[in-house]
Design a protein around this ligand. Structure first.
Ligand code: GLU
Length: 281
């Protein structure tokens, strides 16, 4: 019998400064590993070259160290591992599950009538049926394209799947909610769903802890694990911290950053207890 201990991770994207919600999420992940005598890892999810900035990464590492978090080993930076995602894409391509999609966001939003999934409008499928000749011509002429998963074919191949959230219990995987998800973007040779799934496997993560806003995304991750033969962790989706008017804290709403709280003179214990005393904490 092999002994397997808990491995968790915190995986921020350096697209802004961390706020209390991130502090809560990072402390949650570290505590989940710590109470089981396990390991806590840090990953920087920096695949988006436009939105991610090195100064945000520096600030994140600084804030996490200030919070007293102790992650093990080197930080995994996604932008340094594009070959790993390429390998996964090649495998899916070899299984006939990917197709190039030349559509713009505008094409997809269309009349605004398109049904929505958890990530936005569902892809209506215009490029799914393009012939091999047309695909080759468009690619040859330099048209940018994304790679999408043929969801119906993928679900058929994988068969019924389940996953387990420590709080919500056993879940039936419903990746079809997302339609034909993008696995490699036009501007980036991977996507959130692909990179996170491959990395959790490669880093040996056994318990994925993250906010409830990503609960549904797990349906897609479970499917990718089945298709790619990756290890299946458990999950724990924690509640999200709410702002003063009941909205969830988000970088884009300029939720007060940990740096700003520090700048106002709040000390470590105050910030930690603010993060942990919130409704989710
Ligand atoms: N990078 C994602 C974020 O900052 C989190 C990904 C995850 O935990 O799966 O929202």
């Amino acid at each position: 019998m092999t002994f397997s201990s808990i491995v968790t991770r915190f995986a921020p994207s350096p697209t802004g400064y961390l706020h209390l919600g991130h502090a809560y999420s990072a402390l949650f992940a570290e505590a989940a590993a710590g109470k089981a005598g396990g390991r806590f890892l840090l990953r920087i999810e920096d695949i988006d070259p436009v939105r991610c900035r090195p100064e945000f990464e520096t600030a994140i590492l600084d804030d996490l160290a200030w919070l007293g978090l102790n992650w093990e080993g080197p930080v995994r930076r996604q932008s340094e591992h594009l070959a790993d995602y390429r390998q996964a894409l090649d495998r899916l391509q070899g299984m006939g599950l990917l197709y190039p999609c030349f559509c713009s966001r505008k094409d997809i939003a269309g009349s605004g009538q398109a049904p929505h999934g958890p990530d936005g409008p569902l892809y209506p499928g215009a490029c799914r049926g393009l012939g091999a000749g047309e695909r080759a011509d468009r690619i040859g002429s330099g048209q940018p394209f994304a790679l999408r998963l043929d969801m119906a074919a993928a679900v058929r191949l994988a068969g019924p799947l389940a996953w387990r959230d420590l709080d919500a219990g056993e879940q039936t995987a419903r990746p079809e909610l997302f339609g034909d998800v993008v696995l490699a973007r036009k501007d980036v040779p991977t996507s959130y769903h692909l990179a996170v799934t491959v990395d959790d496997h490669l880093q040996g993560v056994t318990l994925v802890t993250r906010g409830r806003d990503l609960f549904e995304a797990t349906h897609v991750h479970r499917l990718l694990q089945a298709l790619l033969g990756l290890d299946v962790p458990q999950w724990q989706h924690h509640p999200l911290l709410m702002g003063p008017s009941g909205q969830r804290l988000a970088k884009r709403d300029r939720a007060e950053s940990l740096r700003a709280l520090r700048g106002r003179g709040l000390g470590l214990e105050e910030v930690r207890s603010l993060a942990l005393s919130q409704p989710g904490g």
